[in-house]
Design a protein around this ligand. Structure first.
Ligand code: SAM
Length: 310
């Protein structure tokens, strides 16, 4: 494993461990914030699909911890952070954890309970299904996860709030953009510097939540279907040209993060290697406590054991 790390020299993976982040994804959220100032004035935030927790760590370090130290002297209130994932994750100071499925409507109610009926200023969603490698399939499942996130948004986000969601760029990107535009006047697709160019991942930065007049969350799917549904799902399928030609949607796309800084597709020698000393790899900050691959590892171990016993 050390050899793999040395070979790839993934600068953000290494920096994540040096700075105490559980995953390199932390840099993606930090770089989105550098460009869009998403944390300004935020008091209540929901982190959807949060495990192993590097985005929750960013929220804790940027919002909770600074407010806590000043609240201790001024007795002010501290921001509330609610993190949801199918998987459990080890605790993070100032983060309330809910183990749940974001595709389940009741999950929104759990968030509202923690906010005492108040609404969130910011919802972030870094959800990713298990990637199959089949781009169309992965993009479709990812878009379903974003729509689940959007369902939660319609229940918990206050007007004027922000929604940041991971997307996979593909042929349904225009459709997704048009669907998000129904609720947010400003939608930008951002590619943080720490997200590899070779990855189809990007982030939708949706600002100023403004649902249509008279909108009720139960009408969400009906409304979205008026715009269209992902490939193959309806006659309004955008891949059949509905959002093409004169209807073509131009999506604002922005690179973010220090563009003169580290490039996630390049390899960098460790400073210690450069001056001739040897490089000692650091342990991961907090390995996942119940990763989905745990069962596969158990089965592999059991099968190796039964071969040895035979
Ligand atoms: N933002 C996280 C971080 O910085 O540590 C990384 C998130 S990871 C890329 C994607 C997560 O999505 C996984 O932990 C997975 O369990 C979660 N996920 C996928 N589908 C979900 C669902 N339906 N409900 C809740 N979480 C889900």
């Amino acid at each position: 494993w050390l050899e793999i790390e040395k070979f790839f020299k993934d600068i953000y993976y290494r920096k994540a461990k040096e700075e105490g982040w559980r995953a390199r994804s932390a840099f993606k959220l930090l770089q989105v914030d550098e460009e869009f100032n998403i944390f300004q004035g935020v008091k209540r935030v929901v982190d959807l699909c949060a495990a192993p927790g590097s985005w929750s760590q960013v929220l804790s370090r940027q919002l909770y911890l600074p407010a806590k130290s000043s609240a201790e002297s001024k007795e002010g209130d501290v921001p509330l952070i609610v993190a949801i994932d199918l998987q459990p994750m080890s605790p993070i100071e100032g983060v309330i954890q809910v183990q749940g499925d974001i595709t389940n409507a009741r999950t929104a109610q759990l968030v509202i309970i923690h906010f005492d009926g108040s609404k969130a200023d910011l919802v972030v969603c870094d959800g990713a299904p298990d990637v199959t490698g089949l781009h169309d399939m992965d993009e479709f499942v990812q878009s379903q996860l974003i729509l689940a996130g959007l369902t939660i948004v319609t229940h918990v986000l206050k007007e004027g709030g922000k929604f940041i969601a991971k997307i996979f760029r593909g042929k349904d990107t225009s459709l997704l953009y048009s669907q998000l535009k129904l609720f947010f006047p400003t939608v930008t697709f951002a590619k943080p510097k720490s997200s590899r160019n070779s990855s189809i991942e990007a982030f939708a930065v949706c600002e100023n939540y403004s649902p249509p007049e008279g909108f009720h969350p139960r009408d969400l799917h009906r409304l979205l279907e008026k715009v269209g549904s992902p490939s193959g799902g309806s006659h309004l399928d955008c891949s059949s040209g509905w959002l093409e030609g004169p209807n073509k949607v131009y999506i604002p796309f922005l690179a973010c993060g220090d563009l003169t800084g580290y490039d996630s597709d390049r390899s960098y020698p460790h400073p210690k290697e450069a001056d001739g000393s040897s490089y000692l790899s650091m342990d991961p900050v907090q390995p996942p406590i119940a990763p989905p691959y745990k069962r596969a590892l158990e089965l592999k171990k059991a099968s190796a054991q039964s071969i040895r016993d035979a």
